[in-house]
Every structure is written in C-alpha cells, then in structure tokens.
Design a protein around this ligand. Structure first.
Ligand code: C5P
Length: 229
C-alpha cells in the first residue's frame, strides 16, 4: 500500500535543469515521484532521467505522444530502456495500442490523455471533433483508451468522480494535474481542486507543479500538502 507521500508527483518545470536538480536535492526526503515534461526532456532528458533514477526516484514522463503507430511503438520501446514509471500518450486507440506494443514487458504504465484540459467545446469544434458535451466525450475517449490497453488516465480532478463511475476504470490509474493547495495562486489553471479533494474523488496520484517549484520555501509547501492529506 502506498503512503500519501508516494502519491504526490512534483512537476519539474523550471526553465533551468540545474534549478530542477537543486529542487530534487532539497525535497529528497519528502518526494519520491517526479514529472518530467517536454520542456525539460528536450534539454537533457535521458541524462536527467538517469539522474533521478540514481536518486531512487520514480519518473512520470509527460510527453503526450501522438504520431503514426510505428513511430509510437519504436519511441516507446526506446523510452522503456530508461526505466520510466508513467508515460503519457494521447488517448486515441491506435496510439494507445502502439504504445502498449512498444513497452513490451516493462512495468511502465501508459497513461492516456483524453482531451487537454485547456480545451473547451469551441477548441474541439476547430479540431473537427464530433458534437456533444465535452464531459461525455471525455468518458467515451477514456473508455476507448482503456479498451485499447491504457493502464490509466490523466484527468482534471473535477472529472475523476465521473470517470470512476465507469466500470472500465476499476483497477486503472487516474492521475490528476490541476491541483492547488488552499491559499495558493491558481496561475492559468481554471478548474482546480485541493489535493484532498482530488483523492476523495478517486484519484490515485496528484501532480503539483508551480505551487512547489515556484515557492520560496518548497520544502515547507510540500510538508503542508502532505499534512493536509
Ligand atoms: O499548474 P501546475 O504547475 O501545477 O501544473 C503541473 C503540471 O501539470 C504541468 O507540468 C503541466 O504541464 C501539467 N498540466 C497538465 N494539464 C493541465 C494542467 C497542468 O498536463 N490541465
């Protein structure tokens, strides 16, 4: 059984890799899981992933992959060598299937993004996505991604309850960004929840970025988050 401490994923989104390294040193005793996004990965991702692994940390590589099946499969196979714990791909069934093929027998979990949470109905119209309430479409895409073999989903904390009402999400991971501890700035986030609200709704892991890496006192911020759980 995981402790609360192991269910907090800190997003390392500083522009400078050295800042992220310093942050992981400062949080070493408190945080066991880090999210590495595109911006950090393109800087020196392979070495940085090894650095985190050598510190005994788990890694969520948030690349939100989207491409033709052979490219996805080969890319995921290469990433499997890094001992990544979670990897994101877009939730289209062909992409999820290719990612699952690519990961072979590694323990890497393939997490599907349904829609980016900054997309609203008019963005979906522009992308020629079929008509319908976005929340219904999220459920449909989630179910399709799980049928295609996804190990879990990325979701806004406000969608978790609905997703958990689907039978097919039983035993699947739900990981939620869009987390704001009480009394912290929302930044550009609109649909947010506190860490304990996300867990109460059925999330397995929460991802917290700016409230921690932009904090003057990141260690105290993490301690507060963990104490609130
Ligand atoms: O807002 P915050 O800095 O806590 O975001 C944490 C991470 O979650 C960021 O790396 C961001 O890319 C990701 N994120 C996301 N979907 C959202 C909000 C944030 O993938 N709706």
């Amino acid at each position: 059984m995981l402790s609360n401490k192991d269910k907090l994923i800190v997003a390392l989104d500083s522009k400078e890799l050295d800042d992220s390294r310093r942050l992981t040193d400062e949080l070493d005793s408190l945080v066991s899981f880090y999210k590495v996004g595109l911006r950090t990965f393109v800087t020196d991702g392979f070495n940085f992933a090894s650095y985190l692994k050598n510190k005994g940390k788990r890694i969520f590589l948030d690349l939100k992959l989207f491409d033709i099946q052979s490219t996805i499969e080969e890319t995921v196979a290469k990433l499997s060598n890094l001992d990544i714990d979670f990897l994101t791909v877009h939730g289209d069934p062909s992409i999820v299937e290719a990612a699952v093929m690519g990961k072979k027998n590694t323990n890497m979990k393939i997490l599907a993004v349904t829609f980016l949470t900054n997309q609203n109905r008019s963005d979906l119209d522009l992308s020629l996505i079929k008509k319908g309430d976005i929340r219904k479409l999220v459920l449909e895409r989630a179910a399709n991604a799980i049928s295609a073999g996804a190990d879990g989903l990325i979701a806004s904390p406000l969608e978790v309850k609905l997703l958990r009402s689907l039978k097919c999400t039983a035993g699947k991971l739900i990981v939620t960004p869009g987390i704001r501890p009480k009394n912290t700035s929302f930044g550009d986030q609109k649909r947010v929840a506190t860490p304990s609200e996300a867990f109460d709704a059925g999330a397995d892991y929460i991802v917290v970025g700016r409230p921690i890496w932009q904090s003057k006192y990141p260690k105290i911020t993490v301690e507060r988050i963990l104490n609130d759980l």
